[in-house]
Design a protein around this ligand. Sequence first.
Ligand code: SAH
Ligand code: AVI
Length: 338
Amino acid sequence: MDREDTAVLVEEPVHIDSHLDGAEERTLAEDVLDGLTRPFKELPPKHFYDARGAELFDRICELPEYYPTRAERAILEERSEELAELTGARELVELGSGTAAKTRVLLDALQAAGTLERYVPVDVTEDMVRDCAESLVDEYPGLRVHGVIGDFERHLRHVPPTDGPRIVAFLGGTIGNFPPGSRRRVLREIARLLGPSDHLLLGTDLVKDPSTLEAAYDDSQGITAEFNRNVLHVLNRELQAEFDPEDFEHVALFDREQEWIEMRLRARRELTSEVRALNMTVHFDAGEELRTEISAKFTPERVEADLAAAGLEIVRWLTDSEERFALTLSRPRAGRPA
Ligand code: SAH
Ligand code: AVI
């Protein structure tokens, strides 16, 4: 027999694509040029997540005040079997996957149902995608992992096509980190990943009393404050800025009208920093603030309206016993425009 006849194509269990290159540094530069020259200074939250930011976020998830992770995990523990049965998913795509800690609950259920074949984590933090892929193929024999290192606002076209039912998961409440207009744009883009037999699983934190919310974003150990200041460490390293992060106070406030938490960095004194890579000088008055994150809190009506605007209809609305957090399973509405 010819060697070619006997050759078996062995697919590697881990495949990683990276779409972050010089373009990523440009987006940080553009965000700084755009966001730090406005009367109300602002930066998008995706720049928190270098290796240190990702580690600080993991510590936030363990804090007694930060309930969303525990509440979402509790829902997954209670309802993953039902989600596996409803979706019959062979593939799980996860946007902003991080360490995929809670995701394992869903992967366990899909594996127990006998349908799981492939996991596709998508995240801007390269080491996390690589480490998580390596760990998961060890933990789930037979699982293939196709990691996409990229920005889910720009690189969703690189999510590989699938021929089986899939779940696209967007957990943790990360959708709340977008202001309302971009939130709907992001959901519309995500909905384009869904065929008629696919589902979106969306995690959203729910509106509740302001004191619980503000404590969740201003913990007594100061970990969230460090996470917030980390964006200045990122600017110092990536763009040769000269901020002293300790010159800034961490602020977390619930905006009752918008129903979102705002994290800000407030200058403790008047200061000026060079951003050498951009040949730029940034000035802060004493008390001036830089908005670093919004984290929107949802009502069932808001989730339904946002999903409907993306052409999706709700299949299941799942909450924890204290109704702090919701997971919504939705699918493309029949007859939605492509
Ligand atoms: N899903 C996890 C992690 C949430 S933290 C959980 O529920 O605990 C938010 C994650 O999204 C981080 O891992 C961060 O690196 C990633 N992220 C933030 N903005 C992103 C973007 N624009 N594109 C891709 N990943 C992003
Ligand atoms: C990732 N994201 C959903 C978190 C949140 O709650 O908005 C990020 C975070 N910011 C402060 N603490 C946690």
